[in-house]
Design a protein around this ligand. Structure first.
Ligand SMILES: Cc1cc2nc3c(=O)[nH]c(=O)nc-3n(C[C@H](O)[C@H](O)[C@H](O)COP(=O)(O)OP(=O)(O)OC[C@H]3O[C@@H](n4cnc5c(N)ncnc54)[C@H](O)[C@@H]3O)c2cc1C
Length: 194
């Protein structure tokens, strides 16, 4: 089965995981809980008035858990590409993946060891689809930017990577569009109306 391993559980990684799991891809997140969000308080996340960064991450964790994401508190020590995809090492075990999404904040060590190309500013080189120079390996969030370190941008990067993976899997451009009837189907009621 196609599966996605996400390394890093900040806004970028959890956003990628949300989109892939919600749309049927087996998704695993490894994270060491060092997200900068624990130091932040958001006033600038559109649609959210004011939220403590740790509270935001806790809600996002619950959201991905609800869609079946497997989350592990473990440091990834290596990512290698193989003929079939990737082998990810964590906690003295190896895990196979079809796609890898790197979302390790400002730490770019895994991208470097995987052989991803870097730009002149020492960030990981990606396009708008967040794919690196290594096919099916994506880099998202703070690791692809020298500045513009904002939660909403990181979350956007993660979702862009996930939509590109989903487009590859579906064989056509994929849009994650939901309508009110979907909310009723998933949650049993139109929660905004309550
Ligand atoms: C003091 C402060 C205040 C801020 N205030 C705001 C604000 O008001 N508004 C705003 O939009 N942004 C703010 N930010 C920035 C925001 O926190 C970042 O833009 C955002 O967290 C970046 O998300 P990310 O997912 O790229 O990385 P991160 O949130 O840093 O997440 C990376 C995750 O990857 C994990 N990780 C790293 N390496 C590994 C590995 N090898 N294996 C497993 N896991 C790994 C880390 O433990 C971490 O949990 C603030 C940042 C700071 C420091």
């Amino acid at each position: 089965m196609t599966n996605v391993i996400v390394v890093g559980g900040g806004p970028a990684g959890l956003s990628a995981a949300l989109f892939t799991a919600k749309n049927g891809l087996e998704t695993t997140v490894f994270d060491t809980d060092g997200t900068w969000m624990h130091k932040a308080h958001l006033f600038n996340y559109p649609g959210i008035g004011s939220v403590d960064g740790s509270g935001f991450i806790e809600t996002l964790r619950e959201q991905v858990d609800d869609f079946g994401v497997e989350r592990y508190d473990a440091k990834v020590t290596g990512v290698e590409s193989t003929d079939d995809g990737f082998v990810v090492s964590a906690d003295d075990e190896t895990h196979e993946a079809t796609y890898v999404v790197l979302a390790t904040g400002a730490n770019r060590d895994l991208a470097e060891s995987l052989g991803c190309a870097f730009g002149d500013d020492d960030t990981v080189d990606v396009g708008v689809d967040m794919e690196t120079s290594v096919e099916n390996a994506y880099a998202t969030g703070a690791m692809v930017r020298a500045e513009e370190w904002q939660a909403v941008i990181a979350a956007g990067d993660g979702s862009a990577a996930a939509l590109n993976i989903l487009s590859k899997e579906k064989g056509e451009h994929f849009h994650d569009f939901d309508v009110p009837a979907d909310a009723e189907r998933v949650f049993g009621s139109l929660v905004d109306d309550e």
